[in-house]
Ligand binder design. Structure first.
Ligand code: 4AD
Ligand code: MG
Length: 430
């Protein structure tokens, strides 16, 4: 009999099936064991009755421990009281792999302990729910761009130079030379935009951030669209449409997971265009009104972003930050050259920045001056400058951090649970 998954069981009511999975939990009485079997697709209650299986199997079932792997055969039955729920009346059972002293018990564990056991922690229902939401977010992101005729162009991981500033580069040996793990695929997407018009990359990116916050990972996944002949306004519209699409897809396909996470749904249901937009200057004024010491030229950290984003009932777009605090590639606002044509999207409910992007400098001389001003090695950027030498074009794009998006949509307090195996300032294993 080919095994079925727990998720498929409702289609097999009245039939005998084979199931394979792990023991999540068990309750027993004198004549019945109630096994909760988990197989990755769901959990189901499996009933082992003394009279149905005989004393030998009944005794074996009684000795099963948490996370033992099993194969069982049984009849699928509708739950006597709960509509739409099924259970399995077991007739045969085989222990495949024992599990002695499984370290994660239903009692409370500390974060470090759980992080050390991340490879096992993934089996718990909460982590399972988060990573299922993560998958749905990634599906939605890719579908969004694919449906809009973007071409997926993979950016390299080893790079010869910085994109987001030199302070957060991971350096590594590269055949007697130096290389850096990529901070962003953006520069390559700019080349791709000239070749494909609309391009995006999706992959891991790396930041040697010394920040130990609830928002920073050393390795995180970013999706980065880049569009030829698009300006800052178009960029903001694209970011807004993407977030609306992603949240709607998660609400449509991951409700059970959001419920398991006890995520309040109303704030997600409000994620509809248009998003409020404020300039950096207005954001400074807002902070000052809130009694936050902030003045023009200050960068926003998590605290400031939290104050700003708590002010709005949906994501807010903050645009036109001072150029001086931004990366070398940003185009300046012709109407106010001290400002960059950039934007950040801050997630609501205090989540802060989830998207950063803007319009790119397209004038060769201005870009050259900016590279010198940022004390970046010109040779490493020659190829990038070629994009301005051969048919330069206005263009814009952004990067959306997957983990910050997962954190916000799931309503989590830290990004460490949003990625299967987090890389943090003080954590490289498992
Ligand atoms: O704002 P950032 O640094 O922008 C860029 O890298 C641009 N080159 C993207 C582009 O325009 N193509 O990063 C973009 C997003 C942030 O908004 C945030 O969501 C995420 O990447 N991010 C991080 N996520 C987790 N841990 C970190 N250390 C992150 N740093 C940035
Ligand atoms: Mg940013």
């Amino acid at each position: 009999m080919t095994p079925v998954t727990v998720a498929q069981l409702t289609q097999h009511v009245g039939q005998r099936v084979t199931l394979q999975g792990w023991l999540y939990n068990m309750r027993s009485s004198k004549k019945v064991h109630f096994l909760e079997l988990r197989d990755g697709s769901g959990t189901v209650q499996c009933i082992v009755g003394l009279e149905d299986v005989g004393p030998e199997l009944f005794e074996l079932a009684g000795t099963l421990t948490q996370e033992s792997s099993l194969e069982l055969v049984g009849e699928v039955k509708a739950h006597p009281k709960r509509a739409g729920v099924v259970e399995v009346a077991v007739s045969a059972l085989t222990l495949l792999g024992g599990s002695k002293d499984y370290p994660i018990s239903p009692k409370e564990h500390g974060t470090d302990f759980l992080m050390d056991h991340r490879h096992l922690w993934l089996r718990s229902s909460r982590q399972h729910a988060i990573l299922r939401v993560r998958h749905a977010i990634i599906q939605a992101v890719r579908a969004f761009f694919d449906q809009r005729d973007f071409t997926l162009i993979d950016a390299p991981i080893f790079t010869p130079s910085a994109c987001e500033g030199t302070s957060t580069l991971f350096e590594t040996d590269y055949h007697d030379d130096k290389a850096y793990l990529t901070q962003s695929g953006q520069l390559y997407m700019e080349a791709a935009a000239a070749a494909f018009g609309k391009a995006y990359c999706f992959g891991p990116t790396f930041r040697a951030e010394k920040s130990k916050t609830r928002r920073h990972l050393a390795e995180f996944w970013m999706v980065e669209p880049e569009v030829a002949f698009m300006d800052l306004e178009g960029d903001m519209q694209l970011a807004e449409a993407l977030l609306c699409h992603v949240v709607a897809h998660v609400l449509e396909t991951r409700r059970p997971e959001l419920e398991r996470l006890e995520r309040e749904l109303a704030p997600l249901e409000r994620v509809k265009a248009p998003f409020p937009r404020i300039s950096y200057r207005e954001a400074i004024e807002l902070l000052q009104r809130e009694g936050h010491p902030a003045s023009f030229g200050d960068d926003f950290g998590g605290d400031e972003e939290t104050v700003i984003s708590k002010h709005f009932d949906r994501p807010v777009i903050v645009h036109r930050y001072p150029a001086a605090m931004k990366a070398f590639y940003m185009k300046r606002d012709p109407a106010a050259p001290e400002l960059a044509l950039c934007m950040d999207v801050l997630g609501p409910e205090g989540y802060g920045e989830i998207i950063g992007g803007g319009q790119r400098e397209d004038a060769l001389d201005t870009l050259l001056a900016s590279i010198d001003h940022h004390q970046l090695p010109r040779e490493a950027f020659e190829w990038y400058l070629d994009l301005r030498r051969y048919g330069s074009f206005p263009h814009a794009g952004f990067g959306l951090g997957i983990e910050r998006t997962v954190s916000w949509i799931c309503g989590l307090s830290h990004v460490r649970e949003t990625i299967p195996f987090p890389r943090l300032l003080n954590r490289l294993s498992p």
